[in-house]
Design a protein around this ligand. Sequence first.
Ligand code: GLN
Length: 193
Amino acid sequence: MRIGILALQGDVREHRRVLTALGAQVETVRRPAELAAVDGLVIPGGESTVIDRLARLSGLHEPLRAAIAGGLPVLGTCAGLIQLAERLRDGGPGQETFGGLDATVRRNAFGRQTESFETDLVVPDLEGPPVRAVFIRAPLIEELGPAARAVATLPDGRIVGARQGAVLGLAFHPESAGETRFHELFLESVRRR
Ligand code: GLN
């Protein structure tokens, strides 16, 4: 299994560490030919407006959109979730997403006091200890369409993770809290395909 990490901008290193520890062969993806060579893709956190701009500049936008629509398993965290949203609120000027998740996502949804916070989540799909999640200038999933379902919520019920087939989008950073179970779910989707 060759797993790509979209490496235009953002926290590539921590995803690489988790995926490598889980036994995946990890490649960075910056060009269309590199995208074509992987069986699954991680879109990391970072700044989604920059990821969007660089994806268009490098000719990756359209191939990525097509690959995701065609069933490529994808895990997107934070800015990566934003780039998976079919509908975006508070996006940057002209910001475009890759789509794949039938969701309305609001960028930078948490106010100043809570720009960054850590909390336990409700994640019925995962067994074991509660999921400790780190949120950094995080987005929020405000609405889900019928094709997607919630997989992670805050204790107050707001949705911070959703899944549609092999596409998994998370508003938080599991990779920086030592959490590996979402990456395992993602690798399972890759194996199944
Ligand atoms: N606020 C960032 C954005 O708009 C996302 C932050 C993150 O990925 N940690 O893309």
